[in-house]
Ligand binder design. Structure first.
Ligand code: NAP
Length: 297
């Protein structure tokens, strides 16, 4: 019960990493506010938390909307009388080149990525911090990515967003230290969640089915082949790290970025292991996927 009597808000808690963090928080004794757009999935999680003796509420939240984020924080405070922990997790990647003269939609996609993955995090901190300041304590955990550490040719906007999250974390840690509010981030590597669920949210079932059929193998290949610990992570791997950062055991930890990636960002390929031909080959394999996304707009 390392989070006993604490109140935690977790965005993007309807599935994947956010759901993993939220259930682990509940097991550790926190009362959890589940925030995302899909109420049905959150209610299923709430039920499973209840069955394990935990406590949670669901708040329908769109992190892109200022009013919705204000409402999330207000609902948390009105229900539980405190906000001790905020996990900014809701986010999604996006494929496609950032600089492409022929792609009229590139700008729109860039803005959408920033809106959810960066501004949404900032809204979360902005509205939760006044309550934390009042209590003179708090822990904010931002979910970044290994993409905030290393670049990928067809995910420039996402890499930029995750890098921004890392630096937002450090700057906020300094800004909020006088109020005993700690701000840290976690950079996950390849974590096993439902393949490309964000495609479903953004483009609907028909496009999602086509995506899975066409690109599932490329998606999994990209995820599975890069870790020295030759496996994928699970949401609970991020959950364990989040529990630590949220707990009082991490009282001296702020501004840090914990990389949970099976060694992915530690691997410098041996000379010759990745020659130019292989690199260009990988690039070419991704091209049909980039073209396909471009056609969707
Ligand atoms: P996921 O399974 O697709 O879950 C994404 C979550 O974000 C869902 O709960 C979704 O809920 C929520 N979300 C998306 N847009 C939202 C919005 N506008 N408002 C509110 N909620 C929104 O993805 P995941 O893999 O767990 O990703 C979680 C975080 O980890 C993201 O920030 C991602 O960038 C990061 N990450 C993931 C991996 C990985 O390998 N899985 C690796 C590194 C970093 P609704 O659709 O119900 O709103």
């Amino acid at each position: 019960m390392r989070l006993k009597d604490k109140v935690a808000v977790v965005t993007g808690a309807s599935r994947g990493i956010g759901a993993g963090i939220a259930s682990m928080f509940a097991v550790e004794g926190a009362r959890v506010v589940l925030a995302a757009r899909s109420m049905e999935e959150m209610e299923a999680l709430q039920q499973s938390i209840r069955e394990q003796g935990g406590e949670s509420i669901c708040v329908c939240t769109d992190v892109r909307s200022k009013d919705s984020m204000k409402n999330m924080v207000k609902a948390a405070y009105e229900t539980y009388g405190a906000i001790d922990i905020l996990v900014n997790n809701a986010g999604y990647p996006m494929f496609g080149y950032a600089v492409d003269d022929e792609d009229d939609e590139a700008e729109k996609r860039y803005e959408a990525i920033m809106e959810t993955n960066v501004r949404g995090y900032w809204f979360g901190a902005r509205f939760a911090v006044p309550y934390m300041k009042k209590a003179n304590k708090g822990s904010i955990i931002n979910i970044s990515s290994v993409r905030g550490h290393l670049g990928l040719s067809n995910e420039t906007a996402y890499c930029a967003a995750k890098g921004a999250v890392k630096m937002m974390t450090k700057a906020l840690a300094v800004e909020l230290a006088p109020y005993n509010i700690r701000v840290n981030c976690i950079s996950p590597g390849a974590i096993q969640v439902k393949v490309g669920h964000w495609v479903l949210s953004r483009y609907g079932q028909k496009v999602y089915d086509e995506y899975v059929e066409k690109f599932r193998d490329i998606h999994l290949l990209g995820m599975e082949c890069n870790q020295p610990l030759h496996m994928l992570g699970e949401p609970k791997d991020i959950g364990y790290t989040a529990v630590y950062l949220a707990s009082d055991e991490a009282r001296f930890v702020t501004g840090s970025d914990i990389v949970v990636d099976g060694g992915l960002t530690s691997l410098l390929p041996e000379p010759g292991a990745l020659d130019m031909e292989t690199l260009v080959g990988l690039h070419k394999k991704q091209e049909p996927m980039n073209q396909w996304f471009r056609s969707l707009g």
